[in-house]
Design a protein around this ligand. Structure first.
Ligand code: PMT
Length: 401
């Protein structure tokens, strides 16, 4: 499976991140994909047709007509592609795409495409945060496109923040996952699975927050696995650079615990299975400063107040749902996990301990123990994808009882 034999259309727009596209093309070609590259006129300031065509082994087009008088059919290229990737996608190209401003070959091809479209935005941090960009990304998502969010780091402007195009490996993985998502075991067909993932960020002032190290990997693996088994998945994630490219997964991104709570209860009533893998901040600043707090004094006191316990509220309002919680512990692990199972009225709890190497936050692996009121099962260290399989196998067995 993967991208072997697939026809991939890459549209490059004019941002400095265009230099990374060479790695993406090379990776796809190495894996046996056919790659056609098109560019906006501005992209030519950043990368050359020659380097891109050498790697893709096909001519690269920027105009509707080539110098020799031939027509570069945007319709033909659009219909040829199994998938179209716009990367880097500048604020300008994004805006033109979502509003149908068809003034170059890239937009004409995009508007003729019937295949899935992946968008990897890249721009400076303020542009990325601008309401118009947010709105345009939302529109693109509403059109059914897959957004591969920009990453945080140093930007070409020298500023630091979110706006860097996702790394070529991340883009490649998103596309490969898409092609790989043809699962056969449809054991959760007809079920709705609600999953929370990632951290929550609790604002201190406009630039700072209280957060934690959750990457969202565990929750996204669960979502992929549940979808693969035929479920309709509602994935509610705190800030995370994880992406998911699966038509059966409805992804809702939130920031704070309060937002997560509100989003969860939009969907909880209709869920058959709910799994809370998010690392929700237990406390949030009582007041959020309107302006950036200045470092005038040697110490700073921030008063924190308790956040809502989302899972506990789900337990209180449980009617028909099979409710699964997680426990992330550092000591008295089993006792604490079993306590949470009771206190939050759960059907099952998944314990991971930060004392186990390779378990918990950020890692691609996890090591878990599962508890119900009557059972306990311990698992070896595995990839989070395999841990997701173990968890859902366990859930399905419980549902059969
Ligand atoms: O995202 P990764 O980097 O892949 O890491 C995965 C993980 C370590 C975050 C995940 O495996 C995990 O353990 N998630 C739960 C982390 C956590 O907050 O555990 P807790 O023991 O503090 O909370 C118990 C349960 O209550 C959790 O299901 C949590 O989602 C929920 N909770 C907690 C506090 C709160 N205010 N609301 C909640 O819903």
């Amino acid at each position: 499976m993967g991208v072997s034999g697939k026809k991939i259309l890459i549209a490059v727009s004019g941002g400095i991140a265009a230099y990374k596209i060479h790695f993406l093309i090379r990776g796809f070609v190495k894996k046996g994909a056919e790659v056609q590259v098109i560019m906006t006129p501005d992209a030519e300031h950043f990368v050359t047709k020659l380097s891109l065509s050498t790697l893709s082994k096909k001519p690269v087009y920027t105009d509707f007509y080539s110098d020799n008088g031939t027509w570069n059919s945007h319709v033909e290229m659009a219909l040829w592609a199994d998938v179209m990737i716009v990367a880097p996608c500048t604020a300008n190209t994004l805006a033109k795409m979502v509003h149908g401003m068809c003034d170059n070959l890239v937009i004409a091809t995009y508007m003729s495409a019937k295949c899935p479209v992946f968008i990897a935005p890249a721009m400076d941090l303020d542009m990325y945060q601008h309401p118009s960009t947010k709105q345009n990304l939302k529109l693109a998502e509403d059109y059914g496109h897959f957004i591969i969010p920009a990453e945080s780091g140093e930007l070409a402007s020298g500023l630091i923040g979110q706006g860097r195009m996702a790394e070529p490996e991340t883009i490649a993985k998103a596309v490969e996952d898409f092609f790989n998502s043809g699962h056969t075991n449809k054991s959760l067909e007809g079920k709705t699975v609600l999953i929370t993932a990632g951290p929550t960020y609790e604002a201190i002032d406009p630039v700072r927050f209280i957060g934690n190290h959750s990457s969202g990997k565990m929750g996204f693996s669960l979502a992929e696995e549940a979808s693969g088994r035929g479920a309709k998945v509602i994935l509610i994630s705190g800030p995370s650079s994880q992406v998911i490219n699966d038509k059966n997964v409805e992804l809702h991104r939130v920031t704070s615990a309060k937002e997560m709570l509100a989003k969860v209860f939009e969907f909880y009533e209709n869920a058959d299975i709910a799994i809370a893998s998010a690392a929700v901040a237990d406390y949030a600043p009582k007041e959020v400063a309107k302006e950036k707090i200045k470092k005038n004094d040697d110490s700073l006191t921030i008063e924190l107040i308790k956040n809502p316990d989302i899972l506990k509220t789900m337990g209180e309002k449980k009617s028909h749902q099979f409710l699964v919680g997680f426990a992330l512990e550092t000591q008295n692990e089993e006792e604490n996990a079993k306590g949470k199972l009771e206190k939050k009225n759960l059907d099952m709890i998944v314990l991971n301990s930060l004392r186990d190497e390779g378990a918990g936050f950020k890692n691609d692996t996890n090591k878990i123990k599962i508890f119900t009121r009557t059972e306990k099962k311990e698992f070896a260290l595995k990839s989070k994808d395999d841990v997701a399989k173990d968890i859902l196998n366990f859930v399905e067995n419980q549902l059969l009882k």
